[in-house]
Design a protein around this ligand. Sequence first.
Ligand code: COA
Length: 168
Amino acid sequence: MTKALYPGSFDPITYGHIDIIKRAKKIFDALIVAVMRNPTKPMLFSLEERYQLVKEALREVGLDDKITVIAHDGLLVDLARQLGVQAVVRGLRASTDFEYEFQLALTNRDLDPAFESVYLMTSRDFSFISSSIVRQVKSYSGDVSRFVPKCVERALTEKLRTTPRQSE
Ligand code: COA
């Protein structure tokens, strides 16, 4: 049985991530979505909130069967080893993603020679969106309904209402 891990910070999950999950699910027998920390990025949602939102979003789009969602605070290589996965799936949007993903893959392989990454090209419809773009549009009350499921939109409305935008 081929088991894959799809890690990310998912702050918040978007249709871009969901597109990768949908396609990875067709390739692998089992898929684990891991909500993780990226210590280099300031997060809007807590780890627990991002984990709950991923679960809720997958339920909303009818993708929750045969997908396990977990939250993990630690190194990706340790998690992959612990779960015994054959591959770690990542989405690639543009050439700018390549540099970062290359660095991530090589560092992880250096930490664990058994670590394998698999890259799926993001669908054209989602190639321009990112979690930070969604947060930014929503913070100015823009329409993000084409980018995220309803539950994420609701959570963004609530979060941004209670988290004021940074002043200059
Ligand atoms: N469509 C649209 N957007 C996508 C996308 C897709 N298919 N795939 C990723 N993105 C966007 C995300 O929205 C996110 O946007 P943002 O930068 O505006 O927030 C960006 O691409 C990358 O996000 P994500 O895929 O969630 O990865 P990340 O870089 O935030 O986190 C981890 C990557 C969590 C896997 C990494 O930080 C990690 O491994 N952390 C654990 C600690 C560790 O092991 N560190 C050592 C690693 S070398």
